[in-house]
Design a protein. Structure first.
Length: 282
């Protein structure tokens, strides 16, 4: 499955930033990929684009072409999200520990397919999504209350949600530190945040380097297990679970080899994707 990405346009503007995890200002050049400059933080080794596109330019990339991509892959993405939640024992072990209020905020929810599942299970649902076409579709077809804004502009109340979910979203965010702080603000005490993103210290990233499928212009920050957990801890969240999966890409090797690689990646925690589950303290 290809990852959606657009080559930065000539009209896009960029800015220099400090490391969103440790605040560092010293970087080592790493990759030049289709006009995007990736660097490594000298202190915590976070991988990020620097200079980085302005948020308005990033948001503009999610247009009708992106909507078509989401529609083509809607069920596949939904199944992957559900597999991740089940792998984290979310429904069996985490849900019983949540505050009594059963509601979910899905950030970067696309068409709202995951929200539809939770709505049918009796949860109150809300989502934010920059692609207007996806928002219109989800609200019309699923009735799941999606807002066509970014999280910081959604104006949710303090301590509103028992569960906040963001799958393959944080790598697109221009200020991950401010983003997580806003997640903490809208979470109920005792509520959980599940964050899923490509893992820079996974086997595929190490194997492919700049040709890694997640090293693309639309991904402005690439996290390892340690940098993602540190980012969440910086905002006061308590990390309870870290899982990875995905040993080798589909089609890159015979199926039997991929099965073995996937089992080992999950067992030894060097998968291509990382899920971190963190809780807001009471």
């Amino acid at each position: 499955m290809r990852t959606f990405s657009k080559i930065p346009g000539d009209s896009e503007k960029s800015r220099l930033i400090k490391c969103p995890v440790c605040g560092g200002k010293q970087f080592r050049r790493k990759w030049e990929i289709e006009g995007a400059s990736f660097v490594s933080c000298s202190d915590c080794r976070l991988i990020l684009q620097n200079p980085q596109p302005f948020p308005t330019d990033l948001k503009a990339r999610y247009d009708s072409e992106y909507f078509d991509y989401e529609m083509q892959n809607e069920e596949s993405f939904f199944k992957l999200m559900m597999l991740g939640l089940k792998d984290a024992d979310f429904f069996e072990k985490i849900v019983p520990t949540l505050p009594d209020k059963r509601n979910i905020l899905d950030i970067g929810c696309a068409t709202g397919r995951l929200l539809k599942h939770f709505k049918l299970a009796g949860w109150e649902t809300a989502g934010v999504e920059p692609c207007v076409e996806s928002v219109d579709f989800g609200n019309r077809e699923y009735g799941v209350n999606i807002r066509a804004v970014t999280l910081e502009n959604a104006e949710f109340s303090d301590s509103e949600f028992s569960f906040v979910h963001a799958s393959h979203l944080i790598e697109h965010v221009s200020d991950p530190s401010a983003f997580v702080a806003e997640v903490v603000r809208v979470l109920l005490p005792g509520g959980v945040f599940v964050c899923v993103t490509p893992s820079f210290d996974g086997f595929q990233a190490r194997l492919h380097g700049s040709s890694w499928r997640s090293a693309i212009p639309d991904h402005v920050t690439l996290f390892s297990k340690s940098t993602l957990t540190q980012l969440l801890k910086n905002s006061g969240l308590e990390v309870e679970l870290v899982r990875t999966w995905g040993g080798l890409a589909v089609g890159s090797v015979p199926g039997w080899i991929k099965k073995i690689a996937d089992v080992l990646a999950k067992k030894w925690n060097f998968g291509d994707v990382v899920l971190v589950l963190a809780r807001k303290p009471l």
